[in-house]
Design a protein around this ligand. Structure first.
Ligand code: ZN
Length: 298
């Protein structure tokens, strides 16, 4: 049984009726023995984690949140599961999670608990870039802001269907880990927004592949990201591939894990040829390398 596996934190579910706020510890109600497991047992700022829920009636509608951010559930191993993104600017410490279980027959129930999020230290990167890539003229500034808004809106859009399955593969060949997630950037001496993805150094023209099944949500040429592809994996998970020399897919196209979607380049604001690879879960900016460690089995 999954919940008995070593390394899994089995959170003792605390059940309370939706009608009352007092927390009832101990025996679970007749609605079933709701069990909640977090993977991995220890989560850090910037991680993607997932939770697994058992003991909820199959017909029940489930809603959940962590730290106020909604979760998107999918059927899993006879129960439910959801990916959880811990944004790179999440405050470490305790965050409350909450599930609401709604069935036709019974009054709604809430199950609540707390998740400890460990801190993570991020490096500071000092970069020198040509001033024209840093001090933007008003028109370019407006363009960059509009493009960032378009991306943010996209990442907040939750497609109700789950496209991804099983393991996530690397977006480029080789074994070198991607670098720079969460780096606090100082460009030409001025502090800038943190680096929200990882960078893979690679020769121009190196194939870039989809890390899992999905649907191409955007192919575009933007000022900072350059030529880019965004893949929607469903249920709020997006992966992004920036600075491409060439994109080999089109908007709306279905892609499968390992399928070439473009080639490495140095378009947009890039100091040299590399792939910038990012991932968002429920609009949380996560370390995409933690996707490769996900233990969801199907
Ligand atoms: Zn990057």
């Amino acid at each position: 049984m999954r919940l008995g596996r070593a390394g899994l934190l089995l959170a003792a579910a605390v059940l309370a009726s939706a009608a009352q706020f007092s927390v009832l510890a101990g025996p679970l109600s007749a609605h079933g023995k709701v069990k909640v497991g977090w993977h991995p047992a220890q989560v850090r700022v910037g991680d993607v984690a997932w939770l697994e829920i058992h003991g909820v009636p199959e017909s029940a509608v489930l809603e959940g949140s962590l730290g106020g951010r909604p979760l998107s559930f999918f059927p899993y191993a006879g129960g439910r599961a959801a990916l959880v993104g811990l944004d790179l600017e999440t405050k470490p410490g305790i965050q409350p999670w909450r599930l609401a279980i709604m069935t036709h027959a019974d009054p709604p129930q809430t199950v609540e608990g707390r998740l400890k999020i460990l801190k993570r230290d991020f490096q500071v990167q000092r970069l020198t870039l040509p001033t024209k890539m840093v001090d933007l003229d008003p028109e370019t500034e407006r363009r960059a802001v509009a493009e960032a808004d378009q991306l943010r809106t996209l990442y907040r859009t939750v497609t109700p269907e789950r496209f991804w399955r099983g393991r996530f593969t690397r977006p480029v060949g080789g074994t070198e880990p991607g670098t720079g997630f969460g780096a606090r950037r100082v460009i030409n001496g001025h502090p800038k927004a943190p680096h929200t993805g990882i960078d893979f150094g690679a020769a121009p023209g190196t194939p870039v592949v989809a890390v899992n099944d999905g649907r191409v949500a955007l192919v575009a040429d933007f000022f900072f990201p350059g030529r880019l592809v965004v893949i929607d994996h469903g249920l709020g998970l997006y992966t992004l591939y920036f600075h491409l020399q060439e994109a080999k897919v089109t908007d709306g196209e279905r892609v499968s894990r390992g399928q070439p979607i473009g080639t490495v380049g140095a378009t947009g604001r890039a100091t040299g040829p590399h792939l910038h690879f990012g991932a968002h879960v429920g609009a949380a900016r996560i370390d995409p390398a933690t996707l490769f460690e996900l233990t969801v089995a199907d």
